[in-house]
Design a binder for this molecule. Structure first.
Ligand SMILES: [Zn+2]
Length: 460
């Protein structure tokens, strides 16, 4: 370990205690999806609060919501001219099933071959713990932090953060900050450090097409009445052209082009199409023509029909013309697409495709805006320097194709969102045998220490 890293001595001296703390936390089965685990989620929140207090944080409290509590704590003595940063993570975990696929019990953490195995090891208790320990180490060493630091550790991330945005609005004054650091993501590989720059948004619809009040005999009426199954097949097929592009008018109009730094990062990432296929369990890749797989999944908007139902699906055959059918569709969005604008374009397009005399009902099923951190923001430079100092290589820029509470954090707190994530793609997030590579954990702790010094030197 390079001796010029601020927390190198702290890590050397405190390693065993920190590992024991991680184990203790991981033994709490804080599964937010299981109502009968609500007590454990609360116990995990209290454990988090104790960690923050022991680290030297003040105003530590559980922030109650209509669901599971988040945990807050701050240290605000860096001075009014120093930047203020909110660190976000979550203390709830995914369910552990299927239990018989775990090599060791999910809530009895073990370290094997340098990997800590347990539910929550990387997602996200381990990634919250290195943040708390980095702050604790700096406070022990220097008696102060280079930035004003606020922790916000959610308890419902794994069930889609149903109360999180309301909490952000309610606590907006207390959470006021110059930057948000999310500690809940991955990097490309241990020897290819990377930082996430954004996540895709989402807008979803449930569409029902109805041609009549009852299914009809296909011998009596077939050939003379509209068939909603045929109509839905036509609508779904018409959503993409032969080049794999979405046909909704104006769909791509607001898509922000990649910066040069992002474009060159995408080309430098060592990508294997065979690995990607193996991971997906498919034998071919396809998508928007002229785009790489990483562009298609990270930086381009998409449309996926997630389900179609119409007519008879039981055994044998039934000679009918169905009266109605349904399909569900999701659009993944990228900056600067607006979910409401895309939704309006889609519903307008859809209504125009449906002939007179056919009813169509379009129900919105939620929307999340895309999140993108400006690559040239000074805090991004600080993050890259911190990562480079610890990993020895400048990080590449990546994105994530999914959506999460990060967009709400950036929007409600009106601050750039940085992603200091040290998970690895093979860490089995949400799956049996979730793991944290401990070398990554210690590097994350060191990088957090470097990051606070880097950000502390900025005027934001
Ligand atoms: Zn997570």
């Amino acid at each position: 370990m390079a001796p010029d890293l601020a927390l190198a001595d702290y890590v050397a001296a405190e390693r065993e205690r920190i590992l024991a703390t991680l184990f203790e936390w991981l033994r709490i089965p804080s599964i937010s999806a299981h109502p009968d685990r609500a007590g454990d989620v609360r116990r995990s929140a209290e454990f988090t609060a104790d960690l923050l207090r022991e680290a030297g944080f003040e105003h530590v409290e559980l922030l109650e919501t209509e669901g599971a509590p988040s945990v807050y704590g701050d240290w605000l003595h860096a001075g009014p001219d120093s930047p203020t940063v909110v660190v976000y993570g979550h203390h709830d975990v995914q369910p552990a099933d299927p239990l018989d696929q775990w090599r060791s019990p999910p809530f009895e953490p073990v370290v094997v071959d340098g990997e800590c195995q347990a539910r929550g090891a990387v997602d996200d208790k381990g990634q919250v713990l290195y943040e708390i320990e980095a702050a604790r180490g700096l406070l022990r060493r220097d008696g102060r932090l280079p930035v004003n630091l606020k922790f916000l550790v959610e308890g419902e991330e794994e069930v889609g953060s149903p109360h999180f945005e309301a909490l952000l609005h309610a606590e907006r004054d207390r959470l006021r900050c110059d930057a948000v650091v999310v500690s809940d993501t991955t990097m490309w590989a241990p020897d290819v450090p990377s930082v996430c720059m954004g996540m895709r948004g989402l807008v979803a619809f449930d569409v029902t097409v109805r041609t009549g009040s009852i299914d009809l005999h296909s011998g009596v009426f077939g050939g003379s009445v509209p068939n909603p199954a045929h109509l839905i097949a036509r609508l779904v097929a018409a959503l993409h052209d032969d080049a794999g592009r979405v046909t909704v008018p104006g769909f791509y109009d607001e898509v922000r082009p990649l910066t040069e730094a992002e474009q060159s990062s995408l080309c430098l990432l060592p990508f294997s199409a065979d690995d990607w296929k193996a991971k997906a369990g498919v034998r071919r890749l396809e998508g928007e023509e002229g785009r790489s797989t990483l562009e298609r999944t990270w930086t381009r908007p998409t449309c996926d029909v997630v389900g179609i139902t119409a007519g008879y699906g039981g055994a044998g055959i039934k000679t009918i013309v169905p009266a109605s059918g349904n399909f569900k569709v999701t659009f993944r969005l990228v900056a600067d697409q607006d979910p409401a604008g895309v939704g309006a374009a889609f519903t307008g397009w859809l209504r125009a495709q449906v002939p007179e005399g056919v009813d169509i009902e379009i129900v919105p099923e939620g929307a999340v805006a895309p999140a993108l951190t400006p690559v040239d923001h000074p805090a991004v430079g600080a993050l890259c320097r911190a990562v480079e100092r610890v990993w020895g290589t400048a990080p590449l820029f990546t994105r994530e194709g999914g959506s999460g509470p990060e967009e709400a954090l950036g929007r409600v707190l009106a601050a750039p969102v940085l992603y200091l994530g040290i998970g690895l793609p093979d860490d089995r997030f949400h799956a049996p045998n979730e793991r944290m590579v401990m070398d990554q954990f210690w590097k994350g702790l060191l990088a957090a220490g470097e990051l606070w010094h880097e950000i502390g030197a900025l005027t934001l």
